[in-house]
Design a protein around this ligand. Structure first.
Ligand SMILES: Cc1cc2nc3c(=O)[nH]c(=O)nc-3n(C[C@H](O)[C@H](O)[C@H](O)COP(=O)(O)OP(=O)(O)OC[C@H]3O[C@@H](n4cnc5c(N)ncnc54)[C@H](O)[C@@H]3O)c2cc1C
Length: 362
């Protein structure tokens, strides 16, 4: 029986326990006026910007794959895919549950097939390591930050491996400036990475370590890693009440308070939003802090006019690690490469900082 005089807490549902969802939940955890439920496809949060290091050093994965219960003790966490939202304020999941909400936050980032349990994911990093260790030649497909960082991790830790990188675009790291692309290319080629631009891999016509390129050539490699971008994680919203809030790119249209346009009680954060800025984790975390403040204000009966506004990042701040000591950084129009930007990121890859944000030991 409810305690006499006990207030009815507001129910907040957060869908997606990635970079933005995890920090949002941590910020809301133990707030006395709300009960939140996190729905995530997997039972853990993973520090994405460190996961390429874990492929060459699997023990590193133990610090970056964090069970949601480790930083949200006692919280209500459902490991399942959300598949629907209806007009009665309920989210449905693949396992057939209906979870009611007063406020909802969508934080489903980018899709990508991943392991559901932490132990499966740790084993997967071991398997990646074995694959790299046992191969003499390695093909990396995709020259965005993931492909470039993986190539760098491999050549730094395994300088004798023959690494080839195939990229569909005309330059590496197209999300930042041309100077940065050129510096990344020079850094990799100086370490004997063979970079092939303007071509893609036809997997259907590739077999037994022979990969057919769109230009007609064949590349031979003992193994390959696909480092191309994943689709945005909003396809599950297409048949829901939010279907008309998706733009032509499948992103959720949000207002300055990060509320989904047309809905007073639904917010969106991170890569799923149409905020005009690069899709980066540190910005996704900033979204979370804005939404946490707005939820607290609304739940405590504050005036909507006082909700925090999010200002999109106007100039890109991007750091691409290049192995354990070097990095490439672009801050506004300035591009730096080598040990100095490397001191910012490459040794610990912000793992200690991210763990501390979640209240864990660095
Ligand atoms: C290899 C790599 C390196 C990166 N390096 C950097 C970097 O150095 N700096 C930087 O700022 N950014 C970096 N990024 C980008 C950064 O990781 C993303 O911008 C960030 O993860 C976005 O956060 P998010 O919360 O929007 O989504 P995500 O972190 O992608 O989280 C989405 C979550 O939603 C869950 N989910 C998806 N669909 C559903 C569903 N239907 N139901 C339930 N759960 C669902 C997923 O399981 C996941 O937990 C990197 C990304 C990658 C992949």
């Amino acid at each position: 029986m409810a305690e006499k005089g006990a207030e009815k807490k507001k129910r907040v549902v957060v869908v997606g326990g990635g970079v933005s969802g995890s920090l949002l939940c941590k910020t809301l955890h133990k707030h006395r006026h709300l009960d939140f439920t996190l729905i995530d496809s997997k039972e853990y949060f993973e520090i994405t910007w460190a996961n390429l290091r874990a492929m060459v050093e699997p023990s590193f994965a133990k610090r970056i794959v964090i069970n949601h219960h480790e930083y949200l003790p006692g919280a209500s966490i459902i490991t399942s895919d959300a598949i629907g939202i209806d007009g009665d304020g309920e989210v449905s999941t693949t396992e057939g549950r209906q979870i009611s909400f007063d406020y909802l936050v969508i934080a489903t980032g980018h899709m990508g097939k991943c392991c559901v349990t932490k132990s499966e994911r740790l084993k997967q990093f071991e398997a990646y390591y074995e694959k790299i260790n046992s191969s003499e030649s390695i093909l990396i497909v995709g020259g965005g930050p993931t492909g470039v960082e993986l190539a760098a991790e491999i050549v730094v830790d395994f300088p004798a491996k023959k690494v080839k990188l195939v990229h569909r675009g005309s330059r590496l790291l197209e999300f930042i400036g041309e100077t940065a692309s050129k510096k990344a290319l020079d850094w990799l080629t100086a370490r004997n990475v063979e970079v092939i631009l303007g071509q893609s891999v036809d997997y259907d016509s590739s077999s037994d370590g022979a990969y057919l390129l769109s230009g007609g050539d064949t590349i031979v490699a003992d193994c390959h890693f696909k480092c191309t971008s994943e689709p945005i994680g909003t396809s599950w919203l297409k048949e829901t009440i939010l279907k008309d809030s998706l733009d032509d790119f499948g992103r959720l249209m949000v207002d300055a308070n990060l509320r989904v346009k047309g809905f007073a009680n639904i917010f969106a954060v991170g890569d799923v939003t149409d905020v005009p800025e690069l899709k980066q984790g540190y910005l996704a975390q900033r979204h979370s802090l804005v939404v946490a403040n707005n939820l607290k204000l609304l739940i405590e009966g504050g005036n909507e006019c006082k909700m925090a506004k999010y200002t999109p990042a106007s100039s890109p701040l991007a750091t691409v690690s290049l192995g354990r000591r070097d990095a490439l950084a672009q801050v506004r129009s300035v591009t730096l490469i080598g040990r100095i930007p490397g001191m910012l990121k490459s040794k610990d890859l912000f793992v200690g900082k991210t763990r501390k944000q979640l209240g864990l030991q660095a």
